[in-house]
Design a protein around this ligand. Structure first.
Ligand SMILES: O=C(O)CCC(=O)C(=O)O
Ligand SMILES: [Fe+2]
Length: 192
């Protein structure tokens, strides 16, 4: 059964508020909160609902292959069934187990680039096990402007890591043959 559109809009609105709050906390932590308002004005949100069917046999099945998100922040709500896995910096995969009332907020490559690499965009994937269908709802914040680290985050100790770019161009690169060859697509696309 499809959810009511008022419920979807209400959920998207609350997820978007959370996204803005978390992004504000990140910017405050980095001493660049003055950019939050301008960022909001050039950010749009996309809500996606996914269904991952349980595999037939009892082997595990990859529902979504390992990737980094291209956008700024992603707010994930997985309904009852776990399956989201994240890779630690030393390459180990861990199953994300939020409490039933928690959401997961993940950093994507756009915020990694905008913070001049201060933030890590984790590789993640969805593994579907057992015999229960998994549902998730995800809100992506997508920047529409040029992605360029502010001067405050670039100095001698933190030389520029990425050339300024547009999100659309990066997405096109990610799905191209050339992009598919690289694991760290942001670095391959605009790494300095
Ligand atoms: O469904 C999920 O929990 C995550 C899916 C995902 O990583 C994505 O859509 O980028
Ligand atoms: Fe993702």
């Amino acid at each position: 059964m499809l959810p009511h559109s008022e419920d979807v809009h209400g959920t998207a609105k609350r997820f978007a508020e959370l996204e803005e709050t978390v992004r504000q906390m990140i910017l405050e932590g980095l001493g660049v909160a003055k950019y939050h308002e301008a960022q909001n004005e050039s950010t749009w949100h996309l809500l996606r609902m996914s269904e991952y069917k349980a595999p037939n046999a009892d082997e595990k099945w990859i529902g979504y292959v390992s990737h980094q998100d291209t956008n700024s922040l992603s707010v994930v709500c997985q309904h009852e069934v776990d399956g989201l896995e994240m890779q630690t910096r030393d390459g180990e995969w861990i199953l994300v187990k939020p409490s039933p009332t928690s959401l997961i907020v993940m950093v994507g490559n756009a915020l990694r680039a905008w913070t001049n690499g201060r933030l890590h965009a984790p590789f993640h994937r969805v593994m579907v096990r057992g015999d229960v269908t998994r549902y998730s709802a995800i809100l992506f914040s997508v920047p529409e402007c040029m992605i360029q680290a502010p001067d405050e985050l670039v100095d001698e100790d933190h030389p520029p890591r990425f050339k300024p770019y547009r999100h659309d161009d990066f997405v096109r690169f990610c799905v191209s043959e050339e992009g598919a060859r690289h694991e760290d697509k942001l670095k391959a696309f605009c790494g300095v």
